[in-house]
Design a protein around this ligand. Sequence first.
Ligand code: EPZ
Length: 440
Amino acid sequence: MIYEINGGRPLRGECRVQGSKNSALPILACTLLCGGETVIRNCPVLSDVEATLRILRHLGCRVKREGHIVTVDSTAVTSDEIPDVLMREMRSSVIFLGAILARNGSATLSTPGGCEIGLRPIDLHLDAMRRLGAQVREEFGRIVCEAPNGLTGANISLSFPSVGATENIMIAAACAKGVTRIANAAREPEISDLADFLNSCGARIAGAGEGSVTVEGVPRLHPTEHTVIPDRIVAATYMAAAAVTGGAIRLRSIIPAHLGPEIAVLEEAGCRIESDCRNLRLTAPKRLSGVKMIRTMPYPGFPTDIQAPFAAMLTAAEGTSVIIETIFENRYKYIGELVRFGARIRVDGRMAVIDGVEKLYGANVVMPDLRGGAALMIAGLAAEGTTRISGVRHIDRGYETPEQVLSGLSADVKRIEEDGKTDPEQQSEPHRRQGEPLAR
Ligand code: EPZ
């Protein structure tokens, strides 16, 4: 399958934004601790989520999905191991570590390799599990954690506010004996959503979303129902698409408070943004202005995940923009593909300098990774002429039917077989069939 985009059309209309991938994944892992049937609503239909559901089934859970509602029954967990084949499907499966260890008293995962955007070490995760009383050994490409006497609360100070490490600690500490305090914890909204989920299961977590989190261990957790927060990265991606095409769109069921830095950049580029607590309206100028500097930082700074989509947006701006990527070491792979549209970008280590051009021209390009793929779609929407993008498996990890959402915003985007046939039912892609398309 490929995406075929006929660009140069302003995005107009409104759309609803999907549930957050990076909130759903840790919450689904956490259902291992609930026993009984837990219901997760607003769960996006994505290949990363389906990979997570396969891991839950492998561990012995009964899992069913009806549209955007996933039910997990973890009464009978029968394994403490995630095999290599499942770990390789999704590097962020390391988020299961804390949940499996807390549920079983042991956990075996194959070492999660790096991915397209960097080496993705997990030293902070493993050091934290040791601090909570687990023995951790790494051998033959596997990580074996054992805590036969259960886990014990501890004071843990993170050298970097790692999202995944903060999540693994919160999950592992929820039923540990005593209190765990996490200093320099990640503050992303997905951390707060996970804490809300855990507290609704009977955990006692305070301070999530601030620099230090306290987890008072409780004997057990119980099932619950939870609605996943909207995906702020997907929201910002569609805002960038509207901005670069001189469009005007309204996003429904989002949380504008999660988009502070992105809104600041879009306003500096010349967009007008009005919002209330759950909706946002963006009106773009005919042509954007360049942005002095975007520096990616841990939340509440500018998110690394929206660096590529915003870089694509700025390639057609008037003037020069500078981006500095401080989080991941290999997050500029998409730039070589952007240049095919006529973009003028220079990369020097962590810095990218974008000299805006009057016009982009349609090109044939290949997605290098998830957010780089979103960047190429944005460039295709802005470019004059036809763009064909392959490697769509990357986009399926994080964006739910973008061709439907964008078509609903007046874009000309089709997802077609390589030989040009449109497959209306996406029959060849089962994971995309299970969720009803997002209501416009
Ligand atoms: C989460 O990844 C997100 N993934 C990423 O989104 C996001 O880019 C990242 O947080 C930063 O916001 C999920 O939530 C599933 P980190 P995570 O641990 O937890 C270093 C997307 O596109 N580090 O905060 O892996 C690491 O190398 C994805 O949706 C260590 O050195 O991010 C990186 O430089 C991409 N040792 C930095 O910290 C560790 O033990 C940030 O990593 C852990 C991390």
